[in-house]
Every structure is written in structure tokens, then in C-alpha cells.
Design a binder for this molecule. Structure first.
Ligand code: NAD
Length: 435
């Protein structure tokens, strides 16, 4: 039996162990979906604390409960920091971070660190899949050399694929299983093995011709989003100057049953993906002498949004004869989007920093972030403020930055002295400042 036939028949018999490397927002739901489908999973992470937490049945992520983790453990999930155990796995899926460095260039150090850790333990018959978002060519240019250096022949006795993650934390409409998954293989056999693996726990697998195409698919999806959010943020500024409500405009436009997709403005863009991934393409395109002007422009507009919001706060205070310096300001919602606890690249933090720089006394309230977390580049020694009537009323201005479902919007409306709303929650209310 050939290696590919053996791989596929052990999948069919569900006798295949899957290693998931990087147990974060992507790795955890992925691991849980795989064990639910009946394949054992060994999760790998460099953080002892993360592994310990999961093994004791605790969820590190808000939208998964401790019960979800405990059920996963019962169904065959295990976790370790011992990367030599990669040899036990028949398939290895990498979901580690791919951020930008200080010069806003791709930082693949987490991926290469992973490869350094697992390379000595790669063996014949395995499949290796990269899911982290990255520039087109990464699997071929960065991962493949590790595999060939290990003496393995890709396509014959080892399978290499790229399959971009499409996780949307907090989205209850779709799960890992029901979101179609794009897969590209380094060779036809690699694609075949990838389709067989993902087919066990994903309803719809979408094959593409190679790994670089799959890498480009993910970038197109995220760039599409970054640019359309940039566009609608620009439209918001124009609409506001004309005395129009952009949210009313969008709601009416989206009744068009074709050719229009609704995107919503806000205080900027956040999360691990949209502010970061487009620049992976910008960087790679330079190698081809090409400039990604749409990406740069959208980045510029989106990055200017926190400043726009702060100006609105200054104007709102000014109208009351107050200056920002010395004003008590409450930021509502500091996670980067509704109903998540993820603070990465959150525009709320940029707004809070600018307000603090200009002398405001800044506080925040976020039901999902009880204590301001340690961040690499931002620091606030703050805890989430309780939203009692007295407390709300004690702030000179309240800025709605992230529209969590748990906020009591009527209570806020009733007691806040001034509201600056970046999310269109308070429509048709003349005294609420749109930002
Ligand atoms: N979060 C999302 O919604 C989302 C959606 C689509 C794609 N992605 C992409 O998926 C990738 C992972 O993102 P995430 O949000 O899950 O990140 P995350 O920070 O939540 O999790 C990454 C995990 O990897 C671990 N890790 C870091 N280096 C490691 C190493 N060398 N070996 C093993 N583990 C290591 C970290 O400790 C952490 O637990 C990124 O490329 C991201 O762009 C994320």
C-alpha cells in the first residue's frame, strides 16, 4: 500500500492522531471539532500555563465554556509542551501567531520556532498543515525546506498543505465544522491527503491548485474586509459633515438584494487579522516591484479613526465649556469587537491612550475584560468600572467604543452626562454625539 493510501485508510478507520500546535483562538476550536468527529488530538503550546489550564478543564477563551473543554478532554483531547511528541501524531496542524514586527513587516518567528521544535520529530507518513495567515509562498519557501532537510520526500512519503483558518470568534451562526475550508497541497497527493483529513471534521472542503493560492485566498478575504471598512469609515466622516446618519444610509442600502454588502464604521479596526494580514501582501508584493495602494489607503483611513473619535470627544466637552484636560472619561467596551474578550490591536486602546496623553482621567467598563490585561505596547492600571447609575453619571463623557450585548443601553442613556457613540447604537437621538 502506498503512503497516501495508508494515510487515507487510517483516516477512514479513524485511527489517526492529530497534533494541533498553538492552542489559542484558532487552535482550541479546531482541536475540539476534531475530537468531536472522533479523532484523538494532542495539542501543543509553548505556554505551560495554557496547557495546564486546558488539562484541568478550564477554558482560556470567553466563547468556550469549561464544559466544552471538559467534554473535549473526555472525547480524546490531550495537551503538552513536549514537542518530541510530534512523532506520535499522524497529522500536525500549525496555528501559531503571525504578527507584524515594529517595522510592520511579517514576523514569521512563531512559525519558524514551531518548525525548529518539530523538525527533528517529523517522520514518514505524516501530514503537515499550516493554518496561520501568511504571505503567498510561505509554505513552499519556509516549511518545505525543513521537511526536505529531514530527508522526507513531499508528495510521496510526507504531505504538506496550507489551509487558512476562518474562525470568527463570537459568531454563533457558524462553527469550525460548518465554515467551508480551503485547502491547497504542495502536490496532488498532498491535496488528496489534506482533503481526506479536513473532510472528517469539516462539512465542505474547497480544494485549490496549490499552497500559495490557498495563502492568497485568505489574504483576499481579509483585505476585502479591511478596504470595505476603510471605505465605510470615510463615508461616515462625509455623511456626518452633511448631517446624515451613516447607519441609516447603510441599512437602506443593504435592502438591495444584489451587488452590495453591508460593512459598518467604528472607532478603527482591531483583532489579530484585519489590521495585520493585508500588510503581509504589501510586503511580499514589493518583491515583485508592486505597490498595494488600496491596502495602504484603507490602513491609513482606519488608523486615523481613533483620532477622529477623540476629536469628537473634545468637541462634545467643548460645547459644555469643558476641556479634555482633567475631564473624567469612560470608555465603554475595550475588546476589539462585540462580545469577545480579545484585546489585540483594539482601537479602544488607541482612543484611551490619546485621551490620557491629552490629560483626561480615563476609565473603562467592559463586561468581558474585568482587568486591563498586560499588553506588549500598552499599559493601563485599571479595572472595569461597574455600570451603576451613580457611576455612569459621575463621568463627564461616556464613549461607546465596542457595542457588547451585555451593556444596559437604556441605563447608560438615562444617566450619562454626554454620550459619544461610535457604533450607531443611539440613533435619532439629537443629544448623542455621533463619532
Ligand atoms: N483569532 C482569529 O479569529 C483568527 C482567524 C483567522 C486566522 N487567524 C490566524 O491564526 C493564527 C493563530 O491566531 P490565534 O488568534 O489563534 O492566536 P493566539 O495568540 O490566540 O494563539 C496562539 C497560541 O500559539 C501559542 N504559541 C506561540 N508560539 C508557539 C510555538 N512556537 N509552538 C507552539 N505554540 C505556540 C501561543 O502560546 C498561543 O497559545 C494567526 O496566524 C492568525 O492570523 C486567527
Amino acid at each position: 500500500m502506498s503512503t497516501i493510501e495508508r494515510f487515507k485508510s487510517s483516516i477512514a478507520a479513524k485511527k489517526l492522531k492529530v497534533g494541533v500546535i498553538g492552542l489559542g483562538y484558532v487552535g482550541i476550536p479546531l482541536a475540539l471539532s476534531i475530537v468531536r468527529a472522533g479523532l484523538p488530538v494532542l495539542g501543543f503550546d509553548i505556554l505551560e500555563s495554557r496547557v495546564g489550564e486546558l488539562l484541568s478543564g478550564k477554558s482560556p477563551i470567553k466563547h468556550f465554556s469549561d464544559d466544552d473543554i471538559r467534554l473535549g478532554l473526555e472525547q480524546g483531547f490531550d495537551a503538552t509542551t513536549d514537542f518530541s511528541r510530534a512523532a506520535e501524531c499522524d497529522a500536525l496542524i500549525i496555528c501559531v501567531p503571525t504578527p507584524l514586527n515594529k517595522a510592520r513587516e511579517p514576523d514569521l518567528s512563531f512559525v519558524t520556532a514551531t518548525m525548529d521544535q518539530i523538525a527533528p520529530h517529523l517522520r514518514k507518513g505524516q501530514l503537515l498543515s499550516l493554518e496561520s495567515t501568511t504571505w503567498p509562498g510561505t509554505t513552499r519557501e519556509v516549511l518545505l525546506p525543513y521537511v526536505t532537510a529531514a530527508g522526507l520526500e513531499v508528495g510521496t512519503d510526507f504531505f504538506l498543505v496550507y489551509s487558512p483558518e476562518r474562525e470568527d470568534p463570537g459568531n454563533s451562526q457558524f462553527s469550525t465544522q460548518t465554515i467551508p475550508k480551503v485547502v491547497g497541497g504542495h502536490t496532488a497527493n498532498c491535496l488528496d491527503a489534506g482533503k481526506a483529513l479536513y473532510g472528517v471534521f469539516i462539512d465542505t472542503v474547497v480544494p485549490v491548485s496549490d499552497t500559495a493560492t490557498a495563502e492568497m485566498v485568505k489574504l483576499l478575504e481579509n483585505i476585502h474586509r479591511a478596504i470595505n471598512i476603510g471605505l465605510v469609515n470615510e463615508m461616515k466622516i462625509v455623511a456626518d459633515a452633511m448631517g446624515l446618519d451613516i447607519f441609516e444610509v447603510i441599512d437602506a442600502a443593504k435592502t438591495k438584494p444584489f451587488g452590495f454588502t453591508a460593512y459598518y464604521p467604528g472607532p478603527g479596526i482591531g483583532g489579530h487579522c484585519i489590521p495585520i494580514d493585508p500588510f503581509y501582501l504589501t510586503w511580499k508584493a514589493r518583491e515583485y516591484g508592486l505597490h498595494t495602494r488600496f491596502i495602504e489607503l484603507a490602513g491609513e483611513i482606519n488608523a486615523a479613526m481613533p483620532g477622529y473619535v477623540v476629536n469628537k470627544v473634545v468637541h462634545a466637552l467643548n460645547k459644555k465649556g469643558r476641556s479634555l484636560n482633567g475631564a473624567r472619561v469612560l470608555a465603554l467596551g475595550i475588546a476589539y469587537k462585540r462580545d469577545v474578550d480579545d484585546m489585540r490591536e483594539s482601537p479602544s486602546v488607541f482612543v484611551m491612550e490619546r485621551l490620557r496623553d491629552w490629560g483626561a482621567d480615563v476609565a473603562y467598563s467592559d463586561p468581558n475584560v474585568p482587568v486591563f490585561p498586560k499588553m506588549r505596547e500598552h499599559s493601563f492600571d485599571l479595572k472595569s468600572e461597574p455600570l451603576t447609575p451613580e457611576n455612569i453619571a459621575s463621568f463627564d463623557v461616556v464613549i461607546l467604543l465596542t457595542d457588547h450585548g451585555d451593556f444596559d443601553y437604556d441605563l447608560i442613556r438615562k444617566h450619562a452626562q454626554v454620550i459619544v457613540d461610535t457604533r450607531g447604537k443611539y440613533r435619532n437621538e439629537a443629544d448623542v454625539v455621533r463619532a
